[in-house]
Design a protein around this ligand. Structure first.
Ligand code: DGY
Length: 322
């Protein structure tokens, strides 16, 4: 009998069509994202799930899904999935590492440059009609902070962190790096997290969100940052204490921030970061290019296809169950 697979959103790419030929596929057609209650209803009786990072897969959901055999997420991060609970049940979890490395590092660098050079603030200034003769070019007009030649601290030396370092080399930056399990990377000076925060003009976050990294940059760590530094986060919101960050940005202790990810997504409009002109925000678009999203969907479909035909998933988070 063909296995039943729920796909929680329409996804791009060709491989999803191949997957459809090997299973009984039910694709949520929207509108919008699949609500949690509908996920619980639609998943009943399914052997497979192809989901997005917006779908929460927890123990409560799993308890009512005895038929589930695999989960394939179209994301590299799996903090929306209780991997331990799935592993206990022998359910394989697939994800999409590698393919989004350069795209996400590009986005982090873009946020860093935008925050340092006040690009979004300047855009708003022009569009609001403020660029007039009495308010035009002058020596102090829209002055920002130099990126070239500055010191960049990279928190997390996985593939995206290292891709960030190679971009920084082109800007003549000194690069410091910290990783939970110390890692020597050519071109990156390995330091402690505190040393990195004290010495960096720019800090970019590239660790996964796990039990160990929740609130990694809390009020104490943020207070160590160099006066006038810039923080960039394209990893996960829960890694940085948003209230403490907003406080540091509002008081002038930090110069600016570029934030693509929030503890709660979509972000609440009363999040204090949104009220600050020196914060460039984006709606979790680090991997958002057409090519990368297509490749992520293809890998997610390949992981699901492998599970259906009984092969190991090419990219499995818990290979011990395969
Ligand atoms: C991921 O895949 O985890 C990224 O956050 C998507 O942008």
């Amino acid at each position: 009998m063909r296995k039943k697979v729920l796909v929680t959103h329409q996804v791009p790419g060709e491989r999803i069509h191949e997957l459809a030929q090997h299973c009984e596929m039910n694709v949520w057609m929207g509108p919008g994202l699949l609500p949690a209650s509908t996920l619980a209803e639609e998943l009943v009786g399914c052997q497979g799930l192809l989901c997005l990072l917006t779908d929460r897969i927890d123990r409560t959901l799993l308890d009512s899904m005895p038929d589930l055999e695999f989960v394939s997420s179209m994301s590299v991060g799996v903090d929306h999935i209780d991997v331990a609970a799935l592993t206990e049940r022998g359910i394989a979890v697939g994800h999409t590492p590698g393919i989004l490395v350069d795209t996400t590092a590009d986005a982090a660098f873009a946020l860093m440059l935008s925050a340092a050079r006040r690009i979004v603030e300047a855009d708003r200034y022009v569009r609001r009609g403020n660029w007039r003769a009495e308010n035009a070019w002058s020596p102090e007009f829209f002055t920002g902070k130099d990126v070239s030649g500055a010191t960049l601290g990279i928190v997390g030396l996985g593939a995206i962190g290292r891709a960030m370092a190679s971009r920084a080399a082109g800007f003549g930056m000194r690069v410091l790096g910290w990783n939970r399990s110390p890692r020597e990377v050519p071109g990156i000076e390995s330091v402690s997290l505190d040393e990195l925060l004290v010495a960096s003009d720019f800090v970019s976050v590239h660790v996964a969100l796990t039990g160990d990294t929740v609130n990694l940059l809390d009020a104490d760590k943020i207070s160590l940052m160099k006066t006038g530094a810039v923080l960039v986060n394209t990893a996960r919101g829960g890694i940085v204490d948003e209230q403490a960050l907003a406080q540091a940005l509002g008081s002038g202790a930090l110069y600016a921030a570029g934030i693509d990810v929030f503890a709660q997504e979509p972000v609440a409009m009363d999040n204090p970061l949104l009220a600050l002109p020196n914060v460039v925000v984006a709606p979790h678009i680090g991997s958002a290019t057409t090519l990368t999203r297509t490749q992520m969907a293809d890998i997610a479909a390949d992981n699901a296809l492998a599970a259906i035909v009984g092969d190991p998933m090419p990219y499995c988070v818990n290979p011990e169950v395969q």
